[in-house]
Design a binder for this molecule. Structure first.
Ligand SMILES: *Cc1c(COP(=O)(O)O)cnc(C)c1O
Length: 378
């Protein structure tokens, strides 16, 4: 027998792991710097590490109280009702829940290109179709309502990534409001704020709740994750904040106990550890600035914990950097074969990434002034 026709489905390409690369290069993992997956260079919140150890002995029970406690803590943080917080197995799990709740077979979602691959993958798992809107390199990947509306054709869900992965650009709240207002009543605009902590901007939760001069809307949802600023990528924890009007759909679409006891306990500890998040954001700002200043190639302005760099031939540059012990993300799979994405590291990691990249650009004789324009990133 065979599974259903999966020919439209593509495998997710994650950034390369440090052990995997160390084995290939026959070196010690400690000699490598991994800046390929936008992970937290300071590791998890120390409070979360303690909570994880303490929770170890209680994992024989299903996570009921922990799930309720974390939901309440997150709801409190955003000033929304508990029911509006849809905890999930990573932000990716929350993407699945939104598709489960919204999509009828053959409904279409509209996603950005370049962009995060999982929106489309998840929509297809849920028997949906995928259409794309382009963020233009010539416009520095600028995001406005118009950028999306040019391609909009009544899709059920419009995905907006702000800050955007892999470009680092953002869509201002007023533009998101315009987009939601100008799309159909039955179109949901989901604002993926996986990197929200790194941007000095207000969350689109303001549009859901009608704060700061915005009217409350029932056609906007927000996605958040503990993977990036909180340093909990390995426990898999994220959530959606949804409008009150249809928040009860969660009970009918969620996988029982999708956020594990360990994830919920770690999340509860991390959500109150402001110091760790502040330190993480500060490091990212410094790293971003120094990469923009010191890399001998075009670096786009970014509001995430990473920067996008125009290097000409991304696979050659990423490969050569890896040979020299620095793992970065080749953006070919995002639809940008001329660019690499480099995660903000500690001071030392950032310095090593900058030096290595500049040396590689020099050795491969890539002219930084032409690298941006020669390659077409259609
Ligand atoms: C990292 C990321 C997510 C969520 O990742 P999880 O680890 O599943 O929480 C969502 N959207 C974007 C754009 C991301 O980069």
């Amino acid at each position: 027998m065979q599974p259903r026709d999966l020919s439209d489905h593509v495998a997710y390409e994650a950034g390369r792991g440090i052990e995997e690369v160390a084995r290939e290069l026959e070196c010690d993992p400690s000699e490598l710097v991994k800046l390929a997956s936008n992970e937290n260079p300071h590791g998890p919140s120390p409070a979360a590490t303690v909570a994880l150890r303490e929770a170890a002995s209680s994992v024989s029970s299903y996570p009921k109280a922990a799930h309720a406690d974390l939901t309440a803590a997150v709801a409190d943080r955003w000033g929304v009702d508990d029911a509006q917080v849809w905890l999930a197995n990573g932000g990716d799990g929350a993407i699945d829940y939104l598709h489960r709740a919204m999509l009828e077979p053959d409904d279409t979602v509209l996603v950005p290109t370049p962009g995060f691959a999982y929106y489309g993958m998840s929509a297809r798992f849920h028997h949906g179709d995928v259409a794309e809107y382009a963020l233009e390199r010539a416009a520095d990947f600028e995001q406005t309502a118009e950028t999306v509306l040019e391609s909009y054709d009544g899709e059920r869900i419009v995905w907006v990534t702000s800050p955007h992965n892999p470009t680092g650009s953002t869509m201002p709240l007023a533009e998101i409001e315009r987009l939601a207002a100008e799309t159909a009543d039955e179109t949901l605009v989901v604002v993926d704020e996986a990197y929200g902590e790194f941007a000095d901007r207000e969350s689109a939760v303001a549009l859901i709740e009608g704060r700061d001069g915005f009217d409350a809307r029932d056609d906007v949802a927000v996605l958040r994750t503990f993977s990036k600023a909180y340093g909990l990528a390995g426990v898999r924890l994220g959530y959606a904040v949804v409008p009150d009007a249809w928040a009860d759909a969660y009970t009918r679409v969620n996988t029982p106990f999708a956020a594990s006891e360990l994830a919920c306990r770690a999340g509860l500890a991390a959500v109150d550890d402001d110091e760790h998040v502040e330190r993480t954001v500060e490091t990212a700002l410094e790293s971003r600035a120094s990469m923009r200043e010191e890399i001998d190639a075009h670096v786009w302005d970014s509001e995430g914990n990473f920067v996008l760099v125009a290097v000409g031939d991304a696979s050659a540059v990423a490969e050569e950097m890896q040979e020299r012990g620095v793992i970065v993300r080749d953006c070919s799979s995002f639809g940008l074969p001329g660019c690499v994405r480099i995660t903000c590291g500690t001071d030392e990691e950032t310095e090593r990434a900058v030096e290595t990249l500049n040396a590689v650009l020099d050795d491969l004789e890539i002219d930084p002034d032409s690298a941006g324009s020669e390659v077409s990133d259609a």
